[in-house]
Design a protein around this ligand. Structure first.
Ligand code: NDP
Length: 284
């Protein structure tokens, strides 16, 4: 019997719990978590993400700020704004929405964020903590997937976890988080040979490549747990994942839908990490 993961319900539950924790933080320490999202340019998808982040942060009782900058903003101007928020003690999380316009070097921008406020977990200091097995700020999508696996009581110990896609945002941090839970991890990518042989042996298969319906049932072992990170539009503009859901669901024991699987957990982890950063600011 296949179970379909309800990422929306799980995200809602965690966010409701978070709103309670925020109230307690306010009573106990006199602060609320502060999150600033910086958006440069008018990429329509980014505008939607930023609005969703804003709405969820306010609903959970956070101080939420959004800085909207024009496409013409220079790298120096953006760094000066980040620096201002690095110094602002009411802000605990700084997120610069990617992608940035091509004249801005995103590596330089990510380096400008104080690692303690780097709620996206992309700063090399946080990457280092993660790979040393002492994660602090973790990229939100893999962190959300770990929450899903925990909530659905997926036992990872000694299991073969296969990830398709090796991006810094999803695949690589995912590998380390699964290793931390004693899974045996295989990280695959576009140059991997005999991909289907590898994926066929996966107890847990995580797919993050950005190609609609790429994973068919021929690639999946019976009873596998399948997590689909992909967000793609089909020819009718409908949102679809990297996994061909209907046929893979027949083989999987547990599977995420798109939408309503991994997506809602990403924002939730952004809020959770901002809350944790605020807590560290008063308890350390
Ligand atoms: P990237 O484009 O940065 O990385 C894609 C990865 O997939 C690369 O490592 C690439 O390999 C690999 N790949 C591409 N084609 C194949 C193939 N045919 N076989 C095996 N591997 C392949 O993507 P992201 O990690 O940023 O995003 C992946 C997907 O997840 C996208 O659809 C994105 O929209 C979605 N996403 C969803 C989020 C959510 O909150 N739900 C958050 C983040 C991303 P190589 O390195 O060799 O090029």
């Amino acid at each position: 019997m296949t179970e379909i993961i309800d990422g929306k319900a799980l995200a809602q539950k965690i966010q409701t719990n978070l709103a309670d924790k925020v109230k307690q933080m306010k009573e106990r320490y006199g602060i609320v978590p502060g999150l600033v999202v910086i958006l440069v340019g008018d990429n329509p998808a980014s505008q939607v993400y930023v609005r969703n982040k804003e709405r969820s942060a306010s609903k959970a009782g956070f101080k939420s700020e959004t800085v909207r900058l024009s496409d013409a903003t220079s790298e120096e101007e953006l760094i000066a704004i980040i620096e201002k928020y690095n110094q602002d003690s009411s802000i605990h999380g700084i997120l610069v929405q990617l992608p940035l316009p091509s004249h801005i070097n995103d590596k330089r921008i990510l380096l400008a964020i104080d690692p303690k406020k780097d709620v996206d977990g992309f700063h090399p200091v946080n990457t280092g903590h993660l790979w040393n097995g002492r994660p602090q700020m973790v990229p939100c999508t893999p962190a959300g997937i770990m929450e899903i696996l925990r909530a659905y009581q997926v036992d990872l110990e000694g299991k073969h976890a296969v990830i398709i896609g090796r991006s810094n945002i999803v695949g690589k941090p995912m590998a380390q988080l699964l290793l931390d839970k004693n899974a045996t991890v295989t990280l695959t990518h576009s140059r991997t040979k005999n991909l289907s042989e590898i994926t066929k042996s996966a107890d847990v298969l995580i797919v993050a490549i950005g190609q609609g319906n790429f994973v068919t049932k021929e690639l999946v072992k019976d009873g596998a747990v399948v997590i689909d990170v992909g967000m793609n539009r089909d020819k009718n503009g409908k949102l679809i994942g990297d996994v061909k859901f209907d046929e893979v669901a027949e083989a999987a024991s547990l599977i995420t839908p798109v939408p309503g699987g991994v997506g809602p957990m990403t924002i939730t982890m952004l809020l959770e990490q901002t809350y944790q950063a605020a807590l560290r600011s008063v308890t350390k």
